[in-house]
Design a protein around this ligand. Sequence first.
Ligand SMILES: C[S@@+](CC[C@H](N)C(=O)[O-])C[C@H]1O[C@@H](n2cnc3c(N)ncnc32)[C@H](O)[C@@H]1O
Length: 313
Amino acid sequence: MRNPTLDDNPLLRTRTCEPLKTMPDPSASLSARQLGREQLQQACGAIDFWWHSIDLGQGVVTPGKKTAAWLDRELDALSLPPLAGKTVLDIGAWDGFYSFAAERLGARRVVALDHYVWSIDRSLADAYHARYARAPMMAPPIEQTPCWQPDKKPGKRGFDTARAALGSRVESVYGDFMTLDPAQIGTFDVVLFLGVLYHMENPMASLRRLAEFTKGVAIIETHAVAVPAFEHRALCEFYPHGELDGDVSNWWGPNLKALEAMCLAAGFSRVEIRQGPPHRSWIHHALRRLHLFLSGSRARRPRHYRAIVHAWK
Ligand SMILES: C[S@@+](CC[C@H](N)C(=O)[O-])C[C@H]1O[C@@H](n2cnc3c(N)ncnc32)[C@H](O)[C@@H]1O
């Protein structure tokens, strides 16, 4: 079977590569509205990998690795502030679920920013991760491999398809937020920084950059680590060889104390913790102690979880 091409996707047939800043494309929404359910299903099926499950209407939901139930729970846990009339930047938007959600919640302007997965050919990237995860040698930067196809932007087709199907006015910006000049896109009332921090080689510098784009509040959702007995020390765990989920683009896991302290050091004035380590019952603790005692082990392993904080300027 041949790989699907842009021509297979009825929603993308007329689309071209975008310049740095794009404005809403009314022709895309018009063509989406003209599509029947079958064509919408075909457009959705022409994308070989979806990260987000997005309801495109007419009963068609994209088959995202993050299921609809997962995204519902996540959206709820973010405790977003009221977005009506606000400007929102979604850094690391991928297929755009959170950008479209912000638009639905009444945001005045929404910018979906990404470059990393949008540049990647997923079918080649899987082999790249499989080869280097937990291997003794360091993975070469993906930008130096055939996976990296910034001219074609194969990983952006899901976003473009969903945007067209929804008739969305979300703007897309292709760019690395670490090097993009905030003067080019502006600063935002609310900045979503979801699932991005642990991909950053330099988390402090990335939080400083995040603060530069933020006028009001940054919503930070991240992989995090809880190290028993070290809750009051600011610690980060380093993953040099894809130890986290076999993904060599995952570098760091902060504990809550480090996350909070880094946000303050990066220029935010106040940090609210919205999701810390999951609570464990006394029965769990008692069983764990019994296990450590019986096994003769004194090691108390770090726990991994997802943290959410609101960092205010
Ligand atoms: C784990 S995904 C999270 C996607 C989405 N925010 C979510 O929570 O479902 C990480 C995203 O960050 C993006 N990303 C990584 N580094 C980036 C950078 N320097 N500038 C912009 N986006 C970046 C990736 O391309 C990817 O879309």
